[in-house]
Write a protein that binds this ligand. Structure first.
Ligand code: A3P
Length: 284
C-alpha cells in the first residue's frame, strides 16, 4: 500500500493525484452557474452527488442510469478533464480545504453546498475506508489512526482546518448541509436544496429523490455502488458500510472519546457547530 503524499499542508493519494493539476486549481475558471459539492472525505459526498443529480432531474431516477455516478459529478482535483466536458450547470465535487479552493470560489462566484458530518463518525468511516481502499495506507489500529487524524496527517489534512475554513466563509451562495440532518429528515434537506438551487419540485418528485438516494438504493445500484469501477477497494461495495449516525460508539473507548471531545472543544471554538452525535432509531 502507498503512503500519502504531502501537498501544501494537506495529504493526497500517491499515484492518483498529480501535483501539476493540484497547483493549477486555485486559478480554475469557475462559471457563475457552477454548483460545487464540497466536503471533508467520508461526510456523505457520494450521497450528496446522487441527491443533486436527482434534484436537477426532478426525481427522475433515469438520470442515474447508464453512466457511473462519479463521472457525472467529478472531483475537480482528480478528474479535471471530466469537469471540462460537463454540460451546464456543472455539478463539481471537491474535498479541498477553503484555502486551496479556486480563488473565484473562495470569493463566492458560484454556489457551494458544504456537507458536514460529526467528526467521530468521520473517523470511524475513514478508518474502515483506509482498511478497504487499496490506494490508502493500512491503519495499524484504531488508537494510532485517531492520533494521526487529530494531527491532520490523513487524506485532505486536518478536519478541524477544513470545517473552520468553510464555516468561516460566509458568502450568501453557500448552503451548509449536515449528514445527520440528511439521515433524520431527508425530505426537509431536499426542500432546502431546492430553494437554494432555484428548483421547484412537487412532493411526489421529492419522494422520488428520497427513494432513489436511500442507502439501500445506492448500495444496490451498479451506477452508484462502485461495482463497475476499477478495482479500487478490497471490496468495492463495502464503500456502503453502515450509513448511520453514532457508530463511533462501537469504536471509541471512553478515554478516546473524552480525549477527542477535549480536542474538539478547543479547536472548534466560535464556529457555532452543533452536530448530532447519536440518534436513537434510524431507518435501515
Ligand atoms: P459509513 O462508513 O459510516 O457507513 P463519502 O461519500 O463522503 O466518502 O462518505 C461515505 C459515508 O457516507 C459512508 O459512511 C457511507 O456509508 C455513507 N453513505 C453513502 N451513501 C449513503 C446514503 N445513501 N445514506 C446514508 N449514508 C450514506
Amino acid at each position: 500500500r502507498p503512503s500519502l503524499l504531502p501537498f501544501r499542508g494537506i495529504y493526497v493519494m500517491q499515484g492518483i493525484f498529480k501535483e501539476e493539476t493540484l497547483m493549477e486549481l486555485e486559478h480554475f475558471d469557475v462559471l457563475h452557474d457552477d454548483v460545487f459539492i464540497i466536503s471533508y472525505p467520508k461526510s456523505g459526498t457520494n450521497w450528496m452527488q446522487v441527491l443533486m443529480r436527482l434534484v436537477y432531474a426532478e426525481g427522475d431516477h433515469k438520470c442515474l442510469e447508464g453512466v457511473a455516478s462519479w463521472e457525472k459529478t467529478p472531483w475537480l482535483e482528480l478528474q479535471k478533464s471530466k469537469v471540462l466536458q460537463l454540460s451546464r450547470p456543472r455539478i463539481i465535487t471537491s474535498h479541498f480545504p477553503h484555502r486551496l479552493a479556486p480563488h473565484a470560489l473562495q470569493e463566492g462566484s458560484a454556489k457551494v453546498i458544504y456537507v458536514a458530518r460529526n467528526p467521530k463518525d468521520i473517523i470511524v468511516s475513514l478508518y474502515h475506508f483506509c482498511k478497504n481502499a487499496l490506494f490508502m495506507e493500512m491503519p495499524k489500529d484504531f488508537q494510532s489512526f485517531l492520533e494521526v487524524f487529530i494531527d491532520g496527517k490523513v487524506l485532505m489534512g486536518s478536519w478541524f482546518e477544513h470545517i473552520q475554513g468553510w464555516m468561516e466563509c460566509k458568502h450568501p451562495q453557500l448552503l451548509y448541509v449536515m449528514y445527520e440532518d440528511m439521515t433524520k429528515d431527508l425530505p426537509a434537506v431536499v426542500r432546502r436544496m431546492c430553494t437554494f438551487l432555484g428548483k421547484t419540485l412537487t412532493e411526489v418528485q421529492i419522494e422520488s429523490v428520497v427513494k432513489h438516494s436511500s442507502f439501500t438504493a445506492m448500495k444496490n445500484n451498479p451506477m452508484t455502488n462502485f461495482s463497475k469501477a476499477e478495482k479500487l477497494f478490497e471490496d468495492n461495495i463495502k464503500f456502503f458500510r453502515k450509513g448511520k449516525v453514532g457508530d463511533w460508539k462501537n469504536h471509541f473507548t471512553v478515554a478516546q472519546s473524552e480525549w477527542f471531545d477535549a480536542v474538539y472543544q478547543e479547536r472548534t471554538v466560535g464556529l457555532g457547530l452543533d452536530f448530532t452525535w447519536d440518534l436513537p432509531e434510524q431507518p435501515a
